[in-house]
Design a protein around this ligand. Structure first.
Ligand code: HEM
Length: 376
């Protein structure tokens, strides 16, 4: 079982090879919570995260080492389980800095990065408040769902009285690889997802597209990143009635190998100028890979780290399923650019964006410090 360090220049869970499972949680900080209490919460969260990610029980007495007359410090369901590659990544939403009515609750409004604002409304957005926004977020990824859920549960419990869960999302089956050592997984449309992702081995691309560099943003964000979360419902039943040829046209890649329709194998660069015998472009003008490609987006790339989800079914008996899209980028502008280009994406007929959030993800902490120390 893998164990990743919690402390480091960058937070773990971004370029870390994507684990199999996700529990993501967004929190609201209580109306009466003070700046000092918020800071203390971040200190306690980091201390607990440092233990959890090493496969340890939290607190001094863990799950069963304390008094028989007190509730245990650790809830116990991960006892006996290994660390399972757990990473815990913290983020700050725009509303932490300033509420919708312009209140600076924690005296940090002047430190809000200029670009940290709610995402603009995109064409086709059908956002529901129950999957949207949040003052704080925690992304817990692990190869065992019990370990990821245990982490979110215990961190929520620590927050009691200071911050409460606003919404959360379970995910399975990573829909991206973030390392060249990983095979490309498939999303619920059955296509390989993550082929052209920014991979951790591409050091120059990671620096250029993922990490905030010194002097280019609020100083406390140096070494951090921005996280966009979008709950994207997939209209699975419509997709499943669609001809294979149409499915491939919509994506712009073949379903078996994930090769671009212009030819080659999975990792061949798409040739957007290639045309067929009848002169039609081999990669359709509305194909997802054409529109999402850096060539259509001023060179912009994203580090995608999403997961599949299935949350039961709706009242019409359709699966409530989709892609919990997560992307990391050095500036929210990157996501905004790509998502705007996707306005004419053929995929839009089969998907609906129903949740949205953005968070500033501060740099990592050094041992003895805490995530968010550069801000508080
Ligand atoms: C590529 C599926 C939403 C950005 C791909 C690929 C697939 C795919 C199959 C090709 C393989 C790969 O390179 O990973 C989907 C599905 C979505 C979705 C099913 C919704 C349910 C999004 C969104 C964005 C996005 C919302 C960003 C705004 C990208 C990018 C690429 C890509 C940047 C790589 C393009 C390249 O450089 O070739 N997606 N995607 N996707 N997608 Fe998506």
């Amino acid at each position: 079982s893998r164990v990743y360090p919690f402390f480091g220049a960058h937070q773990a869970g971004i370029t870390t090879p994507a684990q199999d499972r996700l529990h993501f949680a967004a929190f609201d900080v209580g109306e009466r919570t003070t700046r000092e209490e918020l800071r203390e919460l971040l200190v306690e969260w980091s201390a607990a995260a440092a233990q959890l990610t090493q496969g340890l029980e939290i607190g001094e007495t863990g799950a069963v080492g304390g008094s028989d007359l007190a509730p245990p410090e650790d809830t116990g369901e991960a006892l006996g389980l290994p660390a399972s590659g757990l990473t815990i990544t913290f983020g700050f939403g725009p509303s932490l800095f300033e509420t919708a009515d312009g209140v600076d609750r924690f005296g940090i409004a002047d430190r809000r990065p200029e670009s940290l604002v709610r995402l603009p409304r995109f064409q086709g957005d059908a956002l529901k408040p129950e999957y949207t926004d949040g003052d704080l977020c925690i992304q817990a990824c692990a190869d065992d769902p019990q370990v990821a859920v245990h982490a979110i549960r215990n961190l929520s419990r620590i927050a009691f009285g200071r911050a409460s869960l606003r919404w959360s999302q379970l995910g399975f089956g990573r829909t991206s690889s973030t390392s060249t050592s990983q095979a490309t997984p498939r999303n619920l449309f059955g296509f390989k997802d993550g082929t052209a992702n920014v991979k951790s081995e591409e050091a120059a691309a990671v620096d250029e597209h993922v990490w905030v560099g010194a002097g280019e943003d609020a100083a406390w964000m140096t070494g951090g990143s921005y996280l966009v979360a979008r709950r994207i419902r997939m209209l699975i039943e419509n997709w499943d009635r669609t001809q294979l040829q149409e499915q491939e046209l919509v994506i712009g890649r073949d379903k078996a190998q994930g090769a671009p329709l212009s030819g080659g194998t999975e990792f061949t660069e798409p040739d957007f100028d290639a045309s067929g015998a009848a002169g039609q472009p081999l990669i359709d003008p509305t194909a997802h890979v054409r529109l999402a490609h850096p060539a259509q987006n001023s060179g912009v790339r994203l580090l995608r780290r999403g997961y599949n989800y299935v949350d039961g079914n709706d009242e019409l008996g359709r699966l409530d399923a989709g892609l919990f899209f997560l992307s990391y980028q050095r500036s929210p502008e990157q996501f905004i650019t790509v998502q705007r280009t996707l306005a004419t994406d053929g995929l839009n007929e089969y998907i609906r964006h129903v949740g949205s959030a953005i968070f500033a993800v501060p740099p990592g902490a050094t041992a003895g410090g805490f995530v968010g120390e550069t801000l508080f």
